[in-house]
Ligand binder design. Structure first.
Ligand code: PLP
Length: 376
């Protein structure tokens, strides 16, 4: 059997150990320390965000953003439907209701026109719309300028879910810095990893300081443990942050490598009628975290699931596109504003192996086997 070709595997730079060893030497084995500070500085420098809080996960970052925006029971938060469940779960942690917004076909992300319709309708129904969560799926920038314009017309804050999009830009500006908050993830399969972690980024100093306080059990400024609010244990550890610092040394290389993986698939499969790729609009720069591909069954005779199963048999991991939240059993009662786009994408798409250390021989294996299946 061939060695497994993973969808997206961690790719160390080699200098992670340097930061971790230092933490051991100094006995900084804690959710604070020089690596946490250093990693936050790295992230600020790279994204041009003013302030960052390094946290235990991207999900924790989203949860804190909602808390800081005052989202509570019976409020509503409008969230992109075509995403990973972590975008929406924290809304429910707050006792609020997620309202799902479908995608537009160009970027596959939140449709600004549908968002506008949804906001009007929710407000007309007397609902309190407290925040909007657009997502930059697979690293592709959403139409964030139009989304911001819609939201600012109603004075609704935006939490940008850039978990998959570190290194991506819209009109030259790094993603995660458009909204009131941006969130990042460093889970094991993301473009860089801390083995598990996330960050909340913002230009609002006070809110990031509050996030740091909330993420360390919300201690008051007193010599004893005094608490005036409910806190969380959401801070990133100094060990994980050490991995992050090593990863940040090579982030631009990782983006270039992921983009090269996409270019390889595009060059070798893009000519086949019935295969299309997530496209990158002119004003956008995607980190191409995962290469997302659509297979038109009517033209090709086989569907994405046939391809996934065939590749799985030879130890190549691919994954269907995210199943939209409005189709998830757990969210079946949530309101949904449709365009039909996300469901269509889910019914024809597959993410191909996209690791930054993928060898050409491995990409060739993927391409050759897809072509064989399609009789090309
Ligand atoms: C990975 C991911 C998250 C959550 O990040 P974790 O660090 O795994 O909690 C949130 N949103 C999207 C779109 C993601 O892909």
């Amino acid at each position: 059997m061939l060695e497994k070709i993973w969808l997206s595997r961690p790719h160390m730079s080699g200098s992670e150990r340097k930061y971790i060893d230092k933490a051991f030497e100094d006995n900084y084995i804690a959710p604070l320390g020089p690596n946490v500070d250093g990693f936050e500085q790295d992230l600020c420098k790279y994204t041009n965000a003013q302030y960052t809080a390094a946290l235990s996960s991207g999900t924790a970052a989203l949860h804190l953003a909602l808390i800081l925006l005052g989202v509570e029971r019976d409020d509503e938060v409008l969230c992109q439907s075509f995403t990973f469940s972590a975008s929406a779960n924290p809304i429910v942690y707050q006792g609020a209701t997620p309202v799902f917004i479908d995608s537009e076909p160009n970027t596959w992300n939140m449709c600004p026109d549908t968002l506008n319709i949804a906001i009007k309708d929710r407000l007309a129904k007397g609902k309190k719309v407290k925040a909007v969560i657009p997502v930059h799926l697979y690293g592709m920038p959403a139409k964030i300028d139009e989304i911001l314009e819609v939201c600012s017309n109603y004075g609704i804050p935006v939490i940008e879910d850039a978990a998959e999009a570190l290194g991506s830009k819209f009109q030259e500006k790094p993603l995660g810095t458009f909204g009131d908050f941006g969130i990042l993830s460093f889970n094991g399969n993301k473009i860089i990893t801390t083995s598990g972690g996330g960050a909340l980024i913002s230009d609002n100093k006070q809110l990031i300081e509050k996030a740091k306080n909330l993420s360390t059990q919300a201690r008051d400024n007193a010599p004893y443990y005094q608490h005036s609010k409910i806190g969380y244990n959401y801070r990133m550890s100094n060990i994980c942050a050490g991995i992050g610092r090593g990863q940040m040394e090579v982030i631009d290389t990782r983006v270039a490598q992921r983009r090269a993986v996409y270019e390889y698939y595009k060059a070798n499969l893009g000519e086949i009628e019935g295969i299309t790729f997530q496209s990158e609009p002119l004003s956008s720069f995607s980190n191409r975290w995962l290469t997302a591909t659509l297979f038109d069954k009517d033209i090709l005779g086989v569907n994405y699931e046939d391809i996934r199963v065939a590749l799985e048999k030879i130890n190549i991991e691919t994954r269907p596109l995210w199943k939209p939240m409005h189709l998830q059993p757990v969210f079946k009662a949530a309101p949904f504003y449709a365009t039909g786009v996300s469901e269509k994408l889910f019914n024809s798409g597959l993410c191909l192996p996209s690791s930054s250390d993928l060898k050409e021989s491995e990409m060739n294996m993927v391409v050759t086997n897809i072509k064989k299946l399609l009789n090309h």
